[in-house]
Design a protein around this ligand. Structure first.
Ligand code: NDP
Length: 313
């Protein structure tokens, strides 16, 4: 067991986690961030972020993440590389985080583990990842200029990606499992107006074809069961995101795996907060993650102060 209980332990070193740490530290809390892989989270893979206020020329995701991390580290936030596997409430009311390294004890915990793109789980998807299969058109689209591509999904992300790719690629297939889009009307209108975007309705992807690189996508019409191959060099999967929250057991309430909180970022368990993309909410942006994190740190601070006052009483 770590030698002392931290005031707050933050799980996840992305934009939300680092921002929560920065604020918690400024409230004078003894703050530890646990990150299993590389700091920066999803933002760090974005080539260029153009909707982050204050940076009209845009900023690379890696640089933005690095700057937030540096700001937190400078204030004395401690960063540890460890994967959190589970947590438990101790008898004294503190939390115990089980990790693949030393366990960590903390009065408050902020979960900021983010979300990851949902996978199709079809043959070829994993094998050709980075060789034509991508989960981010704005990151990878440029490599496919002049070549036909497919986007899978019918939501806002799928249509935004299709519109982006339509500027680079001669043909963009949008493969959707139903005959009606989920995306907002304004995106539907814009996509319908593009001659090189072709909708493939009622169809699911069954296999990504190719050896060294993507050579095609086998799709199946769910109404007729007919299969055919789209000759594409790129497959962009845009079927939403999913959050890994099983490790939180019954300490939180979930919606589709995302953690339900109130406006204070409080989960179903006192002292356990969630912020950023892991939280159940409709908009998942860097700006909203930062907002969540700010609020979570604020109420974590009051929780820790109350906890300590009760202990002394
Ligand atoms: P969504 O969950 O909104 O859409 C996912 C799409 O993928 C749906 O069309 C869904 O089909 C389809 N899908 C899901 N699972 C599968 C599967 N296994 N096989 C095939 N198709 C599948 O995710 P998005 O990433 O598009 O958007 C996430 C959130 O972010 C939304 O709230 C969205 O509005 C928001 N957003 C907003 C933007 C904006 O306002 N400009 C831009 C991007 C995102 P079905 O429709 O049949 O369920």
């Amino acid at each position: 067991l770590s030698e002392r209980a931290r005031d707050v332990a933050i799980v996840g070193g992305g934009v939300a986690g680092c921002t929560a740490a920065l604020y918690a530290r400024r409230y004078g809390l003894d703050t530890l961030v646990l990150e299993r892989a590389v700091l920066g989270g999803q933002a760090a893979v974005a080539v260029r972020i153009e909707n982050y206020p204050g940076f009209p020329e845009g900023i690379s995701g890696a640089e933005l993440a690095q700057r937030i991390h540096e700001q937190a580290a400078k204030l004395g936030v401690e960063f540890v590389t460890a994967e959190v596997k589970g947590l438990a409430r101790r008898e004294d009311g503190t939390w115990l985080l089980h990790t693949d390294a030393e366990p960590v004890q903390a009065i408050a915990v902020i979960v900021a583990t983010g979300a990851a793109p949902r996978r199709l789980r079809i043959p070829g998807e994993q094998e050709l990842l980075g060789l034509g299969v991508s989960y981010c058109a704005t990151c990878d689209g440029f490599f496919f200029r002049g070549r036909p591509v497919a986007v899978i999904g019918g939501g806002n992300t799928a249509l935004e990606e299709a519109l982006y790719l339509a500027d680079l690629c001669p043909r963009v297939y949008v493969v959707h499992r139903r005959d009606a889009l989920r995306a907002d009307q304004y995106l539907q209108v814009r996509a319908a107006a593009r001659a090189n975007i072709e909708f493939v309705w009622d169809s699911v992807a069954v296999e990504v074809l190719g050896r060294e690189q993507v050579e095609g996508l086998r799709i199946r019409n769910v109404k007729t069961n007919e299969e055919r191959v789209l000759e594409v060099s790129g497959v962009f999967v845009a079927i939403g995101h999913e959050a890994q929250t099983e490790w939180l057991g019954s300490y939180v309430e979930r919606n589709n795996g995302f953690i339900v909180t109130n406006e204070r970022m409080e989960t179903a368990s006192p002292g356990l907060f969630a912020a950023g993309d892991v939280r159940d909410r409709p908009v998942r942006q860097i700006t909203t993650a930062i907002g969540d994190a700010t609020v979570a740190a604020y109420y974590a601070y009051y929780y820790v102060a109350d906890f300590k006052a009760r202990q002394q009483a």
